[in-house]
Design a protein around this ligand. Sequence first.
Ligand SMILES: Cc1cc2nc3c(=O)[nH]c(=O)nc-3n(C[C@H](O)[C@H](O)[C@H](O)COP(=O)(O)O)c2cc1C
Length: 153
Amino acid sequence: MITAQVVFATITGNNEDVADIITERFEDRGLDVNQSEISQTDPTVFNEVDICIVCPYTYDEGQLPEEGMDFYDELNEMDLSGKIFGVAGSGDVFYEEYYNLAVDKFESAFLKAGATKGTDSVKINLEPDEIDIEALDEFVDALIVKAQTKNND
Ligand SMILES: Cc1cc2nc3c(=O)[nH]c(=O)nc-3n(C[C@H](O)[C@H](O)[C@H](O)COP(=O)(O)O)c2cc1C
């Protein structure tokens, strides 16, 4: 069975909502999925699953979540070759050129770790709305297809 780990960082709950939507879609699709908060998570959990997901908020003009810095630094040094990854986060368009930059930074960290991008990252403005939920469901479905294709190689 394909397995997934969804790691989120949140202050006001939007990225926990994003993680919940993703986790629920994986469950609906019959996958074995775990969800955890970033400061409570050792990134080596990604070694144990097929699909690795991070849902970060962005702070202070493009900064990563403070409580996720150790996780991020460790992720950059890992070898996640053979793993599929996806990043989906909530930021705020008010911050213009700094909008959701933590999403891009986590994408770069996964690529540095040698993981395979399963689908395009999803950037959400504040609370996920109906259109965002559809985008997140498609994000999950694309990750599953990618993992299935890889397993059949
Ligand atoms: C002080 C402060 C700085 C922020 N800086 C950014 C930023 O640079 N880029 C961005 O996209 N969002 C920024 N945000 C918005 C948050 O990322 C956004 O509200 C997000 O939905 C919060 O996620 P959470 O509810 O999971 O904590 C900032 C918010 C605050 C309060």
